[in-house]
Design a protein around this ligand. Structure first.
Ligand SMILES: Nc1ncnc2c1ncn2[C@@H]1O[C@H](COP(=O)(O)OP(=O)(O)O)[C@@H](O)[C@H]1O
Ligand SMILES: [Mg+2]
Length: 496
């Protein structure tokens, strides 16, 4: 090697080392996580605009749906990527990128965080709990969309971030995702239960299957189901014409009566009748979310908001400041807040109409039909025996059974038939035919002394007494009724 070659080699080596240093430096200065974003957006981090929108956790599935639809339309080839690094879930996106660019923290491109969310009673879908995707505005400008789930003060939340070089581009994408979210709302037409969990401290939405009950499965005095149906289903069927004639669509139905007589059963029947209608069911403390439920109902109408056992709320003083009951007022306000033009029905059920009457009478116009769901009369009791016997061959003379069960609620008959069938099975007899003796023995058992609590829970009428001491909806057995004037005399008079 001559001197010249050696010099060239030294220079080349020097160049190589410098290039390597340079590459190392630039790799350190602009980590891939940052360069991928800045490269796509075509601007420096400090010039980026981030538009963020937050939603409650139960909207995550809708947000995902909105983003998925946006991506499918504007950048179907785009792929999600994640961010790895400690504390990413507590940091906002711009901050993650900034601290990484400056080398203060080492966030890197990582796996996409995924979770699942329900989209139906038996169906779930994958949702991104932390992920980014590079996409474009409808007119082609580059943007980045980020999706994440977390919680704030214990309440699950989700959020979308849109990063762009220009504010109007970021907001345009955010708005379009929002529009797609609402247009394809996964809750529309579903039966949803809003429930509240002490543990998670947040409203949670669950999908319920739509019940399918036929008219002859609902045993009520003649005309009762028809009038309820006319009010709820009839208005829905003529919604367009009614609106055209200036009539309001919003309606409020109160179903009241003793426990176990079929208030919930009637509501389930109506849910089945109103296919395609969004239903939101709330019970007890979940009624605190009535404002959100009413908002959802208005958005997804035609809709029904079912408020079960409202007396529990009306009596709940834990939210009360002074005389009023804020929760009950919140409920009445929510009913009031929906415009008459929205096809929204509120159905309230209660065992204690008296508790509600004052509040409802003080603020009229919320409930436009109040229907009593009474204990079944003799014809109803016979019909209930036949209904719950199902396919069984009832050879029994039903009259004595009907007479002995005066005052019993509908749910009592369901249990009676089950016990009779079980009794037949235990005896080794075929339960396909039920005799009067078998039914009589089941009834003896249920009316027997050992089952006072069962009786009161199933509501066997005059044999129990509601002295108002127990929790609402429960009847408290009064021992003296088991004496000569009580249940046993009746049993004696109608031996089976
Ligand atoms: N009127 C009825 N016709 C037929 N079955 C009924 C009737 N009422 C109640 N049942 C039966 O008893 C069960 C409990 O009744 P439910 O509707 O929950 O009572 P509540 O009036 O307390 O809401 C129902 O699921 C249904 O099986
Ligand atoms: Mg009920």
């Amino acid at each position: 090697m001559n001197h010249r070659d050696a010099q060239d080699l030294a220079l080349a080596l020097k160049q190589l080392v410098e290039d390597a240093h340079h590459q190392l430096d630039s790799a350190r200065e602009v980590p891939e996580l940052v360069s991928r974003v800045t490269g796509h957006l075509g601007c420096e981090l400090r010039n980026m605009i981030c538009v963020t929108e937050r939603f409650p956790g139960w909207e995550h599935v809708n947000l995902q749906n909105g983003v998925d639809r946006y991506i499918a339309e504007h950048s179907p080839e785009a792929e999600w990527f994640g961010v790895a690094g400690h504390g990413r879930e507590h940091d906002d996106l711009v901050n993650i990128l900034t601290v990484t660019a400056r080398g203060w923290e080492r966030f890197e491109i990582g796996a996409v965080g995924l979770g699942t969310a329900a989209i139906g009673p038996d169906e779930t879908t994958e949702v991104v709990t932390f992920g980014l995707i590079l996409t474009r505005t409808p007119d082609g400008s580059p943007v980045l969309v980020g999706l994440r789930a977390g919680s704030e003060h214990g309440s699950p939340q989700c959020q979308v971030d849109v990063l762009a070089a220009d504010r109007s581009n970021a907001t345009a994408v955010r708005d379009e995702i929002g529009r797609l979210m609402r247009e394809h709302d996964v809750y529309r037409g579903q039966i949803l239960s809003f429930s509240w969990s002490e543990h998670r401290g947040n409203e949670l939405v669950t999908f319920l299957p739509r019940p399918a009950l036929s008219t002859n499965e609902v045993i009520l005095p003649s005309g009762v189901l028809e009038s309820v149906e006319r009010h709820i289903v009839g208005i829905a069927e003529h919604a367009v014409s009614l609106s055209e004639h200036g009539q309001h669509l919003k309606r409020g139905l109160l179903l009241y009566g003793p426990p176990g007589t079929g208030k919930t059963h009637t509501v389930r029947y109506l849910m089945g009748r109103m296919s395609g209608c969004t239903v939101i069911v709330m019970t007890g403390s979940a009624i605190r979310f009535v404002a959100q439920a009413a908002g959802l109902a208005r958005r997804l109408h035609p809709a029904i908001v079912v408020l079960e056992d409202v007396d529990l709320v009306a009596q709940d003083r834990s939210y009360s400041g002074g005389d009023g009951n804020p929760l009950l007022f919140a409920l009445l306000d929510a009913m009031d807040g929906i415009g008459g033009d929205a096809d929204v029905t509120f159905i309230l059920t209660t065992n204690r109409a008296d508790v509600l009457e004052r509040a409802l009478a003080d603020r009229p116009g919320r409930v436009d039909l109040a229907v009593e769901i009474p204990k079944p009369d003799a014809a109803g009791r016979a019909a209930l025996l036949r209904l719950y016997a199902g396919d069984l061959d009832l050879t029994a003379d039903l009259d004595p059974l009907v007479a002995r069960t005066e005052g019993a609620t509908a749910s009592f008959f369901k249990e009676l038939l089950r016990r009779a069938v079980l009794g037949a099975l235990v005896e080794g007899a075929s339960p396909a035919r039920l005799t009067g003796e078998q039914l009589g023995r089941a009834l003896d058992e249920m009316l027997g002394e050992r089952e006072t609590l069962t009786r009161s829970l199933l509501g066997s009428g005059e044999h129990v007494h509601d002295d108002g001491d127990g929790p609402p909806g429960f009847t408290v057995p009064r021992p003296m009724l088991h004496g000569p004037g009580g249940v046993f005399r009746r049993v004696d008079r109608h031996p089976l």
